[in-house]
Design a protein around this ligand. Structure first.
Ligand code: 1GP
Length: 253
C-alpha cells in the first residue's frame, strides 16, 4: 500500500498543523488531536530542533488520527510518525528547496528511510510575506504562473499532494479558484493529486469557502490564538456541513 493509502489521504478534508516551535499545553494538544480533525501535521519553518519535534510527537502518541511530519529540516527526520510529507517548493528561487536539501538528506540517512511512509508534497508558496517565502525565495505567482505550477505538480510530476500555501493570511479568492480549476481538469484526466490549501483560515466562513474550492484545508496559526479551540470547532463544523451538503472540493472526475 502507498503511504497515501496508509493514512487515508483521499478522505482528508480538514487537517491541523502544529508547529514544534510553538508549544501548547499537553491537554490542548490532546484535545486538538481528538477533535474530529482528519489528521495532524507537525510542521514549521523556524527554529526546529529534533527535541522539539520529538516532544510534540510524544504528546500526540495517543492521537486517534494519522500524525504526519513535514520534513522541512533534518530535525524532522525522527521515527514514530504515521507518514513523512516531503515538501518540494515548486516556485522556489533557490533550488536547494526543490532538490538540493533532499539529496543531502538522502546521502546521510537514505538507507534508513521508511519508504512505505513517505510521500512528496508540491508546495506553492504564494504569500510573499511568509517566513517560508523569505526562506525559499518564493515570489507570489500571477494567476498564469499559478496555473502552470499546479499543472506541473499535478499533471507532470503526479505528486500525491499539491499544497497552495498562503501561511499567515487568506489568499485572494481568485487564486484558490484558479488552483482548484486546474487541479480538477487534471483529475478528470486521471490525475491523482490532492489539492491542499493553508493560510489564514480562522473560522467557519473562511473554512467553508475553501472547502468549496480545494480537497483539504489546513488550519495552523489560528489554533494558537486565544480563540484556538473555538476556531477548531468552527472549522470542523464547516467541514461537516461541506460533507453533508456535498461541497465538491476537487472531485475525482
Ligand atoms: C501553514 O498552511 C498552513 O503552513 C496554515 O496556515 O498558519 O495561516 O493557518 P496558517
Amino acid at each position: 500500500m502507498t503511504a497515501a493509502g496508509r493514512i487515508g489521504l483521499a478522505g482528508w478534508r480538514h487537517v491541523v498543523k502544529l508547529d514544534p516551535d510553538k508549544p501548547l499545553p499537553a491537554e490542548t494538544v490532546r484535545r486538538i488531536a481528538a477533535s474530529g480533525t482528519d489528521a495532524v501535521l507537525i510542521g514549521g519553518t523556524q527554529r526546529l530542533t529534533r527535541a522539539k519535534v520529538l516532544r510534540l510527537l510524544w504528546r500526540l502518541r495517543h492521537a486517534p488520527v494519522p500524525v504526519c511530519i513535514e520534513v522541512t529540516a533534518m530535525a524532522c527526520a525522527v521515527p514514530g510518525a504515521d507518514a513523512y510529507l516531503v515538501p518540494l517548493a515548486l516556485n522556489t528561487g533557490d533550488l536547494q528547496w526543490l532538490s538540493g536539501r533532499h539529496l543531502e538528506g538522502l546521502a546521510r540517512v537514505g538507507a534508513r528511510v521508511p519508504w512505505e511512509r513517505v510521500l512528496a508534497v508540491g508546495y506553492i508558496i504564494a504569500n510573499p510575506h511568509s517566513a517560508a517565502a523569505r526562506r525559499a525565495q518564493a515570489a507570489e505567482p500571477s494567476e498564469e504562473e499559478l496555473a502552470a505550477l499546479v499543472r506541473y505538480g499535478a499533471g507532470i510530476l503526479d505528486l500525491p499532494v499539491v499544497y497552495l500555501e498562503y501561511s499567515g493570511s487568506q489568499a485572494p479568492d481568485a487564486m484558490v479558484e484558479v488552483a482548484g480549476r486546474c487541479l480538477r481538469r487534471i483529475r478528470a484526466a486521471g490525475g491523482r493529486s490532492r489539492l491542499f490549501y493553508g493560510g489564514g483560515i480562522a473560522g467557519y466562513e473562511s473554512a467553508r469557502r475553501r472547502l468549496q474550492q480545494v480537497d483539504t484545508i489546513v488550519v495552523g496559526n489560528a489554533l494558537y490564538s486565544p480563540r484556538g479551540l473555538a476556531v477548531l470547532e468552527e472549522t470542523l463544523a464547516a467541514r461537516d456541513d461541506a460533507l453533508r451538503e456535498g461541497d465538491p472540493g476537487c472531485p475525482t472526475s
